[in-house]
Ligand binder design. Sequence first.
Ligand SMILES: C/C(=C\Cc1cc(O)c2ccccc2c1O)CCC[C@H](C)CCC[C@H](C)CCCC(C)C
Ligand SMILES: C[S@@+](CC[C@H](N)C(=O)[O-])C[C@H]1O[C@@H](n2cnc3c(N)ncnc32)[C@H](O)[C@@H]1O
Length: 239
Amino acid sequence: MSSEATFQTAEERQQLFNSIAPAYDKLNDLLSLGQHRVWKRMAVTWSRAKTGDNVLDICCGSGDLSFLLAERVGLSGKVTGLDFAKEQLAVASERQKAKTGGCYNNMRWLQGDALELPFANEEFDAITVGYGLRNVSDIPRALEEIYRVLKPGSSASILDFNRPSNMFVSQLQGWMLDNVVVPAATQFGLHEEYAYLKDSIARFPNGVEQEMLARTVGFSRAVHYELAGGLMGTLVLRK
Ligand SMILES: C/C(=C\Cc1cc(O)c2ccccc2c1O)CCC[C@H](C)CCC[C@H](C)CCCC(C)C
Ligand SMILES: C[S@@+](CC[C@H](N)C(=O)[O-])C[C@H]1O[C@@H](n2cnc3c(N)ncnc32)[C@H](O)[C@@H]1O
């Protein structure tokens, strides 16, 4: 089967992320030379999470952004990490147990759907989504849910791959995915799972399209910032 036909349903993507959970963090560090941690820290900063806030990390996976949020909101804050892949949440929970510091005690992990968030309207002071929006089956619906549970005047920060407008950057991104990322993942028995990346990026709205979608949903401000020379990007939203 060609990679274009793989992992098209939410159930298939749920299985994908359960499958890659054991190798996910290690491959992210290896394949981005640790740079993904810089991009995630920038995304959390753009969320404007502050001490004492009640914050949400949607599509939290193994918890990278959730832990960064916990460091920002501190002992008096509260962090919820939500994901639909239980194996990812299991990794996040194990990582939390290994951490020392009171700020990590105010964290909870929920298995749930980004398209039907189990929260009240206007519950959160800040929201992050790290490499999740591209993977949901209904992007406008996910943006609507983010808008619904965010407090007025608060921010959401959505980090993901960028679909570069620059042809050279686009070709470089594709070459790296084909010739570095997928071969490395294949060593972990994850060829198909990482081959999905290139097609998911090709289908992902570009920065301008993401800004338009967000404004249509109702966000008062929507700005997409390119990172890593256009390989990555962060959509910063204000309600
Ligand atoms: C943290 C990163 C990706 C997370 C991620 C997102 C997904 O949607 C996936 C889907 C299926 C399998 C895996 C993932 C997944 O890991 C970004 C960094 C890790 C990337 C796998 C590596 C990307 C390499 C870039 C194309 C170039 C990096 C240049 C850098 C400056 C060295
Ligand atoms: C690439 S991982 C990102 C994990 C983490 N945010 C990070 O930055 O490393 C994408 C995550 O989105 C989750 N996901 C995808 N669609 C989802 C949905 N509809 N509801 C909840 N989680 C979802 C997957 O299970 C996976 O853990």
